[in-house]
Design a binder for this molecule. Sequence first.
Ligand code: DX5
Ligand code: ZN
Length: 224
Amino acid sequence: MMKIAPSMLSSDFARMGEETRRMEEAGADFIHLDVMDGIFVPNLTFGAPVIRAIRPYAATPFDVHLMIQRPQLYIRDFAEAGADSITFHLEAEGDPAETIRLIREAGCRPAVSLKPGTPAEAVFPYLAELSMVLVMTVEPGFGGQKFQQPMMDKVRAIRARAMAQGLDVPIEIDGGVNLETIAEAARAGVSICVAGTGVFKAPDAAEAIRALKEAAQAACAAQP
Ligand code: DX5
Ligand code: ZN
């Protein structure tokens, strides 16, 4: 079953705690938190203090996506704020192996993300150390962008490599997920989809999450 991680980037920031609870009640598998520093991406969102403030509103695991230039400096803060998994970008500063180690030492699940222009091969050396790989299906920075279909080849390449190494690393995608694109993602072997606009702008979040999961399941069932 496809897992859905609503992105709080599309929530009402004035009521972020309640919005987090609303997503849990709607059936979210993860709460996706987009941290942007205005340097790694041309946008600013929130940091560890905000995550700490909303943490008591839900028991659902927090999936923290760091779009920041120097992730190593803040790992401990995010872990202490209540992150369950911490995803950093391979394109950010610092030795990825070291960042992965710091995340694990802080008690969180390490994951790396690849921007659309970064090839699948870039993550191969780290697969054995990761609990997830996040393949960006839009340029990071903003919600509401168009899904980049060619990223499904990257998903397939990473999955093939992981399987060849006897690893079962879940692949998450982020950006432009809707009822059509989630079907393509499911066929490519994605197991977690981030959805911002698709869930928050829907009249009924629970119904939107259910429909996304059903579309993914139908796509897999129809596969030869
Ligand atoms: C983009 C963020 C995404 C974004 C997805 O940088 O990482 O999580 O909020 O939003 P939608 O689903 O609207 O494309
Ligand atoms: Zn994200």
